[in-house]
Write a protein that binds this ligand. Structure first.
Ligand code: WTA
Length: 652
């Protein structure tokens, strides 16, 4: 394997000699960053404006039982001031956000830093008038509209903690998150246009709030003007209030370790956890990775196609770019509406320099043919990025050839909601790439490969194992909201002294990292994380379902698809209609991203004598690789496996 990996190395394209980081620069700076992290990050922290400078840089402990992570802990700052106010003198009239609407016939909006400041202040004043105080939680359930950015930054301005719930999540999922974080307020929109269709966000919020305290206020952005129900005394027209609110609002000085946001993400067990990121370290890390990974320079137009409902949107649409004074593109729509050329049309229209998207989108567009790309002038593109899942070399090569014309470095960025920013990624100008490899660690990041079973450290190159990180970096999550014990158990218990990522990896002969996917019961569908346990518990909540087991299987476009084995209650007829009903049920329970792609009726599930479902076997059958099932002798009833194989759904 090592030999082919080496052969596949791609040289750095011409024109990147003056990139922020050169090959030698990378080696030296990386060495410094890991040998003396406190000195290194102490310098990097200065990229922010501090109301009161820090004197302590790093105070972190990965020991299970006493895990504690603090960066710049005695520093005082305000994140919104760093993303807006400090730019006003030098770039008040520069565009901060280019908003590109779903419908290409609607004009784009260009919001300058000065306008951003005014809108954020007005929204912050509305929040204050609704009784939101420092440390209170605000749930944001908005589409990709400028008000989502205003709401995030308004929270940061007044020291409230935001928790964005992706607008594709169901009322139940929204209610769970509002309740888990004890939000005082939820901000939503009437309806959300996407790909020409409309999601009824306000109606979803109404349904969610039936399960929440009646003290939760509901702020509504009248975005489309669609009719919605209105509950006097609870619902508030936020745009109307913003018009009369003061255009100025002082920033609240915050401790570096005060929480900035909570973002719920799926794990291998239980309900989604509230990942907590704090103010100082997170912003230093988001800003620094944005600058170096994308070789961002003043005046660049940066476009990350993620949704602000995911961590990628937090770090690389809002916080990183704005902290750097960039012009960031915010896109309301989807890659294929009104046609498969939309991404490239938007790149050309706004003269995008850095374009950052997910492999699933690349694969989908690749299937539509290169003519959709070739119609548009992409000469301003300088850097291409991907995130969310391993990118297959075929998609990488297509992206390189048709979008980048062989001239744009591709940064395949590996990271997680938990990590706040990129941990393993090439740097343009510094790193030769290999299609499919996330390459080398970012500054300050110490990847460690361990043997899965024994937890023994695997040294050297040409090795494989589970991926852990040996020491803290400023963008690391600090805790699980309300459950520090769960934080420790999830990430620090299995491999003592390390942060466990949940991913497997290979380190090739050149020391390059290849992420091989999750080693736990998390699946990655179109770059979105889904806990198999969540889908299972949604399925068994249906009255006709006795038992369910969910696994991932390879899917051409989505990366992984959701394969569900369902055992029905006694006497229930397995029909195609019931299949459809169950898919619909899961969509309502969690959201469309959790819809099972394949449902197999399973009269029995393969279990050990102690009753544990043997997922390894279910995975193999779902992968259509049932020839190599391994040892089935520990099964309570080996015959169930034959039935599952005979009736498997994925014969592709
Ligand atoms: C996967 C998204 C391979 C990985 C930022 C990780 C990747 C999970 C890559 C986190 C990549 C993300 N190559 N796999 N470049 N980027 N992943 O929390 O399995 O939504 O653990 O964060 O996505 O997903 P999350």
């Amino acid at each position: 394997m090592g030999a082919t990996d080496t052969a596949a190395k791609r040289a750095i394209p011409a024109g990147f000699e003056s990139a922020h980081v050169t090959p030698d620069g990378y080696r030296n700076m990386y060495e410094t960053s890991v040998s003396d992290p406190a000195a290194f990050w102490g310098e990097e922290g200065k990229r922010l404006d501090w109301i009161q400078p820090y004197s302590k840089v790093k105070d972190t402990n990965f020991d299970f039982g006493s895990v504690s992570i603090k960066w710049f802990e005695d520093g005082v700052l305000n994140v919104a001031a760093n993303c807006i106010d400090r730019h006003l003198d030098t770039r008040g009239d520069q565009v901060a956000i280019i908003w590109e609407p779903d419908d290409p016939a609607t004009p784009a909006k260009h919001i300058t830093y000065r306008e951003l400041h005014e809108n954020v202040c007005r929204m912050a004043n509305v929040f204050l008038s609704q009784g939101v105080m420092r440390g209170d939680r605000v749930v944001i359930y908005l589409p990709m509209i400028p008000e989502a950015a205003y709401a995030m930054l308004a929270c940061a301005r007044i020291g409230a903690i935001h928790s964005i719930v992706f607008a594709g999540f169901s009322p139940d999922a929204l209610a769970n998150r509002i309740n888990d974080c004890g939000a005082k307020l939820v901000i939503t929109a009437d309806t959300a246009p996407r790909g020409g269709r409309r999601t009824p966000l306000k109606a979803n919020t109404d349904a969610a709030l039936l399960h929440c305290s009646d003290r939760v206020r509901c702020l509504v952005v009248k975005h489309t003007g669609d009719q919605t129900t209105w509950i006097d005394g609870r619902d508030v027209d936020v745009l109307a209030l913003m018009q009369t609110a003061a255009p100025d609002c002082p920033v609240r000085p915050m401790g570096a370790e005060d929480p900035l946001f909570i973002l719920y993400t799926s794990g291998s067990t239980g309900k989604p956890k509230g990942v907590v990121h704090t103010s100082g370290g997170y912003l230093v890390y988001a800003a620094m990775t944005h600058q170096y990974t994308f070789d961002y320079k003043d005046g660049d137009i940066f476009w990350c196609t993620a949704d602000v409902g995911w961590v990628t949107g937090h770090s690389y649409i809002i916080y990183g770019p704005l902290a750097n004074g960039a012009t960031t593109v915010m896109f309301e729509g989807v890659p294929t509406y009104p046609d498969a050329g939309r991404f490239w049309e938007v790149c050309a229209k706004h003269k995008v320099n850095q374009f950052y998207t997910a492999p699933t989108a690349i694969r989908a567009l690749m299937g539509q043919g290169p003519e959709w790309v070739e119609k548009h002038d992409l000469s301003d593109l300088r850097i291409l990025g991907t995130v969310g899942e391993p990118i297959n070399p075929e998609a990488w090569t297509w992206y390189d050839k048709h979008v980048g014309k062989g001239k744009c470095p591709i940064v395949d960025t590996w990271w997680q909601t938990e990590t706040g920013g990129h941990l393993i990624t090439p740097l343009p100008g510094a790193t030769e790439t290999k299609p499919g490899s996330a390459t080398l660690p970012f500054f300050g990041v110490k990847p460690v490969v361990l043997e899965a079973e024994s937890g023994k450290v695997v040294e050297g190159n040409g090795v494989e194992g589970v991926l852990c990180i040996g020491d803290s970096w400023p963008g690391q999550m600090r805790t699980v909201w309300g459950d520090h014990q769960r934080f420790q158990e999830t990430y620090f218990q299995q491999y003592k002294g390390y942060y466990f990522t949940g991913d497997g990896c290979r380190r090739d002969e050149d020391g390059y990292y290849w992420i091989t996917g999750r080693v736990d019961d998390v699946i990655n569908v179109s770059g979105h994380r889904m806990g198999t346990a969540e889908v299972e518990s949604a399925l068994v909540a249906h009255e006709k379902v006795a038992e369910a087991a969910v696994v991932g299987y390879p899917h051409e476009i989505k990366g992984q698809g959701i394969y569900a084995y369902v055992t029905l209650m006694k006497g229930v007829e397995p029909t195609d209609d019931l299949r459809k009903e169950l898919v619909k049920w899961v969509r309502t329970e969690i959201g469309p991203i959790a819809s099972p792609d394949l449902i197999q009726w399973a009269p029995g599930l393969p279990k050990t004598r102690s009753g544990k479902i043997m997922r390894r076997i279910l995975r193999k059958i779902a992968e259509n690789d049932y020839g190599a099932l391994g040892d089935t002798s520990t099964l309570a009833d080996p015959s169930v496996v034959d039935d599952l194989i005979d009736n498997r759904m994925n014969r592709g």
